[in-house]
Design a binder for this molecule. Structure first.
Ligand code: S3P
Length: 438
């Protein structure tokens, strides 16, 4: 498939007020739960990125009538928990691990069979982490060798609730099990080793489905009632805002306001880590929207210093490490991140790809099995590869703005999976990004 590169020339202070696209995690869940609800749901602020569009397409293939998206608005005619229909072809989730894992939980409880596939990156990602607990519930799921996709799900399994102690903190695994738990006999409890994003729990409760939370345990009871359709507003994605939080911090003289960003406490590790590094980030006009805290974020340039990141913050900032590594490259001293082995099984091996790219730009990086140590210093121009990873592409675009010469970031097509329009917004606040085909 044709891809694109970013050609970025360094520049000066970044200024402006911007709204980044809707939260990816909340967008997926709003489509899934609206489809399972009774009645029409209206969603606004939906992320129109490829990952979420894939979830919308999957529900259409499962017989759900959906209008849109149109400027972030989506209308979903929910079919109820038992109204999905057999798809005629394999369901293709593109680049999205979230969609494949959450949908595995939902589809293993249906009376029909299905097959789940994805792009080259997704087809190499670990799925045993969802298949094993779902099999323990009685699901009939086959993976390919090494626990990789495709997932072949045989319909008609009768599920029974389990108590599952997750070996790694994963919101995708937790959510898959909870979705299966809606259909299981008795109670399904997931116990997390550390908190992971809790949007599924909040949204289920918002749709009127009882969810019990006790410390690190979340419980649902199968058949505890219908989901009730409603109106949902998706906040802006903190994971997308993070690129501008770092850009605003590392470029002298910058001042950026990011409007109506979701600041769920299971997601705000990036703010905590940046503040520990000396960033000036102010949280303003905080409100609650559909059970999720939302605020405007003001960031002003500051001098960052290296820190040892508390491993407890890793799951709370799991998607923000590519851009946090750029912050580290621009900080005084060394930043050490450990306990982050999960970064090796994201859209790319984020530890390896970031280490390689930062090294190519002249930064001293030590790679561990579970993290990186990065010593800040001058970034030089050059060519880096994103490894087909949307967040790495955007992270290097931000780094390039502070480099001593032009930077070409290769293979940036997948930015469209989570942040359509990134280059335009970046230009609007003062970055010099040119997009070219290759
Ligand atoms: C997500 C959970 C995280 C995160 C991903 C989105 C979600 O994955 O990296 O981008 O929406 O549940 P893990 O659950 O694998 O940590």
């Amino acid at each position: 498939m044709a891809t694109i590169d970013y050609d970025v020339t360094p520049g000066g202070a970044l200024q402006g007020s911007l709204r980044v696209p809707g939260d990816k995690s909340i967008s997926h869940r709003s489509v899934i739960l609206s489809a399972l609800a009774q009645g029409e749901s209206r969603i606004s602020g939906l992320l129109e990125g490829e990952d979420v569009l894939g979830t919308v397409a999957a529900f259409r293939a499962l017989g759900v009538a959906i209008d849109g998206p149109d400027k972030g608005h989506l209308r979903v005619q929910g079919v109820g928990l038992h109204g999905l229909q057999a798809p005629r072809a394999p369901l293709d989730f593109g680049n999205s691990g979230t969609a494949m894992r959450l949908m595995a939980g939902l589809l293993c409880a249906q009376p029909f069979s299905s097959e789940l596939i994805g792009d080259q990156s997704l087809m190499s990602r670990p799925m045993a982490r969802v298949a094993l607990p779902l099999q323990r519930m009685g699901a009939q799921i086959d993976t390919a060798g090494g626990g990789r996709p495709p997932l072949a799900i045989r319909g008609g399994a009768r599920l029974t609730g389990i108590r599952y102690e997750m070996p790694v903190a994963s919101a995708q695994v937790k959510s898959a099990i909870l979705l299966a738990g809606l259909y299981a006999q008795g109670e399904t409890t997931v116990v997390e080793p550390a908190p992971s994003r809790d949007h599924t729990e909040r949204m289920l409760a918002g749709f009127g489905y009882p969810v019990e939370r006790m410390g690190r345990a979340v419980t649902v009871r199968g058949g505890a009632g219908p989901l009730r359709a409603g109106t949902l507003e998706v906040p802006a994605d903190l994971s997308s805002a993070a690129f501008f939080l770092v850009a605003g911090s590392i470029v002298p003289g910058s001042r950026l306001v990011l409007a109506r960003v979701g600041i769920n406490p299971t997601r705000t590790g990036v703010i905590d880590i940046l503040r520990a590094m000396g960033a000036r980030i102010d949280v303003q006009r905080e409100t609650i929207v559909n059970g999720e805290p939302v605020a405007d974020l003001l960031v002003e340039a500051s001098t960052l210093r290296g820190v040892a990141v508390d491993p407890a913050l890793v799951p709370l900032a799991i998607d923000e490490f590519p851009i946090l590594f750029v912050a580290a490259a621009c900080a005084e001293g060394t930043t050490v991140v450990r306990g982050a082995r999960e970064l090796r099984v994201k859209e790319s091996d984020r530890l390896a790809v970031m280490a390689q790219g930062l090294t190519a730009l002249g930064i001293r990086v030590e790679e561990f099995e579970d993290g990186l140590a990065i010593t800040g210093g001058p970034l030089r121009g050059g060519v880096v590869d994103s490894g087909g990873d949307h967040r790495i592409a955007m992270a290097f675009a931000v780094a390039a703005h502070r480099a001593q010469g032009p930077v070409r970031v290769r293979d940036c097509r997948n930015v469209a999976t989570s942040f359509p329009g990134f280059d335009g917004l970046a230009r609007a606040v003062g970055m010099h990004i040119r997009v070219s085909g290759s």
